[in-house]
Structures are given as C-alpha cells and as structure tokens.
Design a protein around this ligand. Sequence first.
Ligand SMILES: Nc1ncnc2c1ncn2[C@@H]1O[C@H](COP(=O)(O)OP(=O)(O)OP(=O)(O)O)[C@@H](O)[C@H]1O
Ligand SMILES: [Mg+2]
Length: 259
Amino acid sequence: MAQIELHDVCLSYFTLKQETEAIRDINMSIAAGEFISIVGPSGCGKSTMLSLISGMYKPTKGTVLIDGQQVSGTSPKVGYMLQHDHLFEWRDILSNLLVGAEIRKMDLRQAERKAMELMERYGLGGFAHHSPAQLSGGMRQRVALIRTLVTEPDILLLDEPFSALDYQTRLTLADEIFSIIKDQGKTAILVTHDISEAISMADRVLVMSKRPSTISSVYKIELDEGTGLSPWKKREASRYNDYFNHIWRELEGHVVTAG
Ligand SMILES: Nc1ncnc2c1ncn2[C@@H]1O[C@H](COP(=O)(O)OP(=O)(O)OP(=O)(O)O)[C@@H](O)[C@H]1O
Ligand SMILES: [Mg+2]
C-alpha cells in the first residue's frame, strides 16, 4: 500500500488582493522507504507540496492521505527539515534536540536517551553540551536532522536542506544525510534546485512545471542496481549524465516559457 497519496490536489493562496493558484491536480503515490526528489522552477509550488503533506495547509480541492487516512492537520508521523537549521543559540545541542519532543509533550527522559543514541551514532557524540555557534554549518544541519528523528517520524520532508552551505560541505552532507535516512528506514521527500543532488539521492525525481504547477514528468532513477552506492558515487555512474541532460532540458523549457 502507498504510504503517501495525493488525489487531484489543488491549492490556491488567497490574499486580500489576489488569488494565487500554486498547484493544480496533483496525483502521486509514494511507497514507504522511497526517496523522492522534487525539482521545478522557482516559485512553482514545491514548498507548497511539502506543506500539504505535512498537514500545515489544507488542499483547496482533492485529498492527501497518509497510511490510507486523510491528513487533517500536522501529525507526529511527519518531520520537517528546512534550509535554515533554526537552532536556538541559547540552548546547548542536547536541549535543541529535545525541542520537538517538548512541543509534542513526549516523555523527555526517553527522548533524551534517543537523542544521545542518535548523536553517538551519527558523529555528534561529545557535542551534547556545546552551543550551536561552536558547530560547523554541516554539523548544524546534522543536528537539525537528528532533532527531527528524535520525535520518530516515518516520513521526512526536506526543503532545500543543503542550499545555505558551501559546495564541499553540501556534497559531504548529502552523503551523510542520505545514509542516516536509509539507516533509519525513513521515507523522504527532498525539494532542491540542484539537479545533481536530486538525481544522486532519489529513487524517483518529480519535475514540476511553472505555476499553476503540475507534475510534468517522473524519472525513475536506476544508477546502482540495488548495490547501495552513496549519492557521491552515483554521480560517476554511466547513466547519470543522461538523467541530468533530460531533466536540465525539461526545466529549461519551463523556465523559458515562464515569461
Ligand atoms: N502563504 C502564502 N500566501 C500567498 N502566496 C503564497 C504563500 N506561500 C506561497 N505563495 C505563492 O505560491 C507560489 C508557490 O510558492 P512555493 O513557496 O510553494 O514555491 P517554491 O517552488 O517552493 O519556490 P522556491 O523555489 O522559490 O522555494 C508562489 O507564487 C508564492 O509566491
Ligand atoms: Mg520553496
């Protein structure tokens, strides 16, 4: 059974001055454990898609289902990771990791145990009582991911999580985040402007058109024949350039006609 389903989903934003039709008639189905990347022109509605899946926004028309149930608000099943890490500078790392658990009124002793275990496992052991300012940009984003994992969601929504980082850090962190997500067996949806990143991390890449946005194509990415290559290694696979060129051309078309 599909874990996430969107059926004829439309969303328009209404302000006093105007109506903005962001997305129109989106249909898609995502299986548990799948990694999906979404690319599309700026302002087409990628973040809107994530907001709909997270339950922060309600579709103007259509339905969003998670595990067969209609989404009607935010849920602990879904975790969100954003471009900026939003760590609280006055809290140490451990206490930052517990923010989500506090908001959700979870058992804090259990959450702390989980946070310590995740820090140890994913290269942040020994940093529990450091302040965010003492960490590099890449480490801070790892903290942001672990903070999301502490609340044990099944689905992770990643909205341009690497875009504020320098290129080198971005490549390393993509590998690290990918291996954490696979290790934890989560379903992930990544929004990115970086086509290489989209291809190297995903099982499928969805290309969205300009607004009102629809899914214009879906690319099934087959680069490692199930051998579990890292995103970095997948960039060296022979078919990688074909995917890149196809998606590049398609996006160029959307941008050129966007007017
Ligand atoms: N809260 C809001 N109220 C009104 N309009 C909005 C709101 N949020 C987004 N929009 C508009 O809806 C459209 C889609 O926005 P969205 O943020 O989903 O695009 P995006 O693809 O994530 O863009 P980017 O690539 O720049 O991150 C844009 O035209 C945007 O201006
Ligand atoms: Mg966005």
